[in-house]
Design a protein around this ligand. Structure first.
Ligand SMILES: [Zn+2]
Length: 114
């Protein structure tokens, strides 16, 4: 159910970041009503993360990618960070301030080195 007619449902179009080879979005699967997980999701290409210098030592296979579910209402885009079997994910609107804060900390540490 669309609660606001000016809102755009998820899945109607592929976001610019969507990697069509990884995308499982299919809004037609929900033509007869919303069912969780049935509409698939848009997925970005993974970005490989080198976390081999992090402690405790994670698995070598670490990556980040975006997803957006298909639903009849606007959805958040999620940032996923996976290392080995562990994964965290959060809406990008919450991830961006966290990542900015981490960038500021790293920049301050780098600036203090010289
Ligand atoms: Zn897509």
């Amino acid at each position: 159910m669309i609660t606001n007619p000016t809102e755009t449902p998820c899945g109607a179009t592929h976001p610019a970041w969507c990697d069509r080879t990884r995308c499982t979005a299919n809004p037609a699967r929900q033509a007869n009503g919303y069912r969780p997980g049935e509409g698939g999701q848009h997925r970005s290409a993974p970005v490989r993360l080198d976390l081999t210098c992090a402690f405790p030592l994670p698995a070598n296979a670490s990556e980040a990618y975006l997803t957006e579910a298909v639903a009849p209402w606007p959805c958040s885009t999620y940032l996923h960070i996976r290392t080995g079997e562990d994964e965290v994910f959060m809406p990008v609107e919450y991830a961006a301030p966290v990542l900015s804060a981490l960038m500021m900390l790293a920049a301050a540490a780098e600036a203090a080195r010289w």
